[in-house]
Design a protein around this ligand. Structure first.
Ligand SMILES: CC(C)(COP(=O)(O)OP(=O)(O)OC[C@H]1O[C@@H](n2cnc3c(N)ncnc32)[C@H](O)[C@@H]1OP(=O)(O)O)[C@@H](O)C(=O)NCCC(=O)NCCS
Length: 214
């Protein structure tokens, strides 16, 4: 069965998300998604052009989803975890279900559980006994080790490595190429800077950077 799908956000991240949905269907002969297009409250003109380059329409503001055709699903294509959370809460009120998109070149352990709105880019790797919440995004070549938990609205940016037994609380951003060593907790809404190495627990609501991360 083909499911109508709308991407929320027509910036670079959102357009990348649309390409994951397309990659899932490439060569299958039985498309899973019918990409309807993008919604965005404040799209830059250049991004509307880029959406058209993908042969997809800009449908209108996010409220378009409120009156969307029955069965329409959405996926939030916004990289910043806290902006994604704000938009996600609003869209939840419209009642269109969130879809998860997993690139065929991602590997997700068979005993991994993930919530709606999960996005796994090409090369993302999740091993075993990992629990992933709602609207979590794993960017290209991000890795997550055994027995970790990623709460709602976490983003792990390209090439970042989350070791085994880690806990990333809601709204955490792990920057590009950063490492979180085994068994550590990163607190709610905290940011780990690009290239950082986290060697001890990170409290809630802070930014840490550098090696070791401070
Ligand atoms: C760490 C981070 C959150 C800081 O953002 P910010 O508060 O806006 O920081 P600024 O750009 O104002 O820089 C503040 C200082 O931190 C330094 N800095 C910025 N990012 C840094 C990083 N990742 N590692 C080490 N130092 C960093 C800057 O050089 C600057 O130093 P200075 O005061 O000596 O000049 C951000 O730079 C970062 O790394 N974000 C992750 C980005 C990412 O993953 N992008 C990929 C998208 S797919």
């Amino acid at each position: 069965m083909t499911t109508p799908l709308v991407v929320v956000g027509c910036g670079g991240h959102g357009r990348e998300v649309s390409t994951i949905a397309r990659a899932m269907d490439a060569g299958t002969g039985q498309p899973r998604w019918h990409l309807l297009g993008f919604v965005d409250d404040r799209p830059a003109e250049e991004n509307i052009k880029r959406v058209h380059q993908l042969d997809l329409p800009y449908l209108g503001g996010i409220a378009w989803l409120r009156d969307a055709p029955t069965d329409t699903h959405h996926v939030i294509g916004i990289g910043d975890p806290r902006v994604r959370r704000a938009v996600g809460r609003r869209v939840d009120g419209y009642g269109t279900p969130a879809a998860s998109v997993v690139h065929p070149a991602a590997t997700i352990g068979p005993d991994t559980e993930y919530g709606p709105g999960f996005v796994a880019f090409a090369g993302a790797r999740v091993t075993t006994n990992v629990t992933i919440g709602r609207h979590v995004h794993l960017n290209q070549n991000a890795t997550v080790g055994h027995d970790s938990t990623l709460a709602d609205y976490v983003s792990v940016n390209p090439l970042a490595a989350v070791s085994g037994d880690c806990h990333l609380a809601e709204g955490v951003l792990i920057g590009t190429t950063a490492a979180v060593l085994q068994g550590l907790r990163v607190g709610r809404d905290s940011t780990v800077g690009a290239g950082a190495c986290v060697v001890r627990d990170v409290p809630d609501g802070v930014v840490v950077k550098g090696v070791p991360a401070r």
